[in-house]
Design a binder for this molecule. Structure first.
Ligand SMILES: NC(=O)C1=CN([C@@H]2O[C@H](COP(=O)(O)OP(=O)(O)OC[C@H]3O[C@@H](n4cnc5c(N)ncnc54)[C@H](OP(=O)(O)O)[C@@H]3O)[C@@H](O)[C@H]2O)C=CC1
Ligand SMILES: CC(C)(CO)C(=O)C(=O)O
Length: 325
């Protein structure tokens, strides 16, 4: 039975705990604020796809340090992607990493893999684009909408065969658990495709404290604004050599908003962080994107404005957090 340590047991982490457990893996979740609830009752999931009141009760630890000593086949990171934070996620998960462990990143953003590859140069690094509208509404209780899809591949794309094999094994467990996993030889274009949605909806909804559908309907020009950011991301992806990423991908990401939870819309994951004064994935999702655009000489005025505003909000939230502490 594959042994999996799940780090970041919030919205995405709890659903993946469920899928991987169903798929036959033994999953241990690293829980922090929801430790007591999950230890006692597990996660309770209301899913538009799999049904209401689903319960899954993993083994629980408080830290990766507590999980030291077990030979984990996979350590999955489903925390918010905070490249450059201190301590870094690689530092935090390090006690649980053995030579055989594959590290799976189920996180939004672009160029988030580098710090893991540097910290664990001989381990398989598996990078994933996650489609899963989900929110932890209270500790251990999670609501999930109509979409579920995971796109994965090695980082870098030209990894050794053993690392490629570990991606396929992970996908097989996921699929056996009734999840939808697609393996890609090079997953980076898939990450750029996902970034189209996250670099636009996430910061704009966080700045406006709105559901996606409300942002879309707020003014006659909203769609133009959101779509304009998406097209800037397309241009950057193309400048990076991913010429298969084209405007029709932006159209599809636009359409998905109407499908996710029809009529009601969703709060993208950054909104909860904005409202609760938690650090937002500003650098992983927007900052890195703007920096890559600059390196490639691509003009991205809408993304630059978005980065300025969301960075300022993140900083003012940090000050408010410090004042409250
Ligand atoms: N939610 C969504 O709809 C989607 C999210 N994503 C991406 O998936 C990733 C996860 O998002 P999401 O599930 O929403 O995030 P959540 O905020 O719901 O969950 C993150 C979890 O990580 C935990 N965590 C963070 N740092 C530590 C630490 N040092 N030790 C232990 N636990 C820690 C948090 O614990 P604590 O509660 O104690 O802070 C929290 O439970 C992000 O990259 C996001 O962008 C992708 C697609 C959809
Ligand atoms: C938009 C969404 C829900 C897509 O799955 C997402 O990635 C997020 O909320 O961060």
């Amino acid at each position: 039975m594959p042994k999996i340590l799940l780090f970041g047991a919030g919205g995405v982490g709890s659903i993946y705990t469920y899928v991987l457990t169903q798929g036959g893996a033994s999953v241990t979740a690293v829980c922090r604020s929801n430790y007591e609830t999950v230890k006692k009752d597990g996660f309770t999931i209301n899913s538009a796809i799999w049904g209401e009141g689903i319960q899954v009760k993993p083994e629980v630890v408080r830290t990766p340090e507590e999980a030291r000593g077990t030979e984990w086949d996979y350590v999955i990171s489903c925390s918010k992607a905070m490249p450059g934070s201190s301590p870094s996620t690689p530092d935090i998960i390090k006690p649980a990493i053995s030579p055989r462990t594959a590290i799976v990143l189920c996180q939004n953003g672009i160029h988030i893999e580098d710090e893991f590859a540097k910290a664990f140069p001989n381990n398989a690094i598996i990078s994933g684009a996650v489609y899963l509208p989900v929110t932890q509404t209270s500790p251990g209780f999670v609501t999930h909408g109509y979409i579920e899809r995971l796109e994965i591949g090695t980082y870098p794309a030209d990894a050794v065969k053993a690392h490629k094999d570990s991606v396929q094994t992970f996908a097989d467990i996921f699929t056996a658990g009734k999840g939808t996993a697609h393996v890609f030889d090079d997953v980076q274009p898939r990450r750029w495709n996902k970034l189209i949605t996250n670099a636009s909806w996430n910061p704009l909804c966080a700045l406006s404290r709105s559901k996606d559908i409300h942002l879309l309907n707020s003014t006659p020009s909203s769609k133009k604004m959101i779509y304009g950011i998406m097209l800037e991301v397309v241009k950057i992806a193309q400048a990076c050599g991913y010429t298969d990423i084209i405007a029709k991908h932006a159209d599809a990401q636009m359409e998905r908003v109407v499908v996710q939870i029809p009529d009601r819309g969703i709060y993208p994951s950054m909104v909860g962080d904005a409202l609760n004064l938690r650090p937002m994935e500003v650098e992983a999702i927007v900052g890195n994107t703007v920096r890559i655009a600059m390196e490639k000489g691509v003009e991205v005025p809408l993304l630059e404005l978005t980065y300025t505003l969301i960075k300022a909000l993140d900083e003012s939230n940090r000050k408010r957090r410090d004042e409250k502490a």
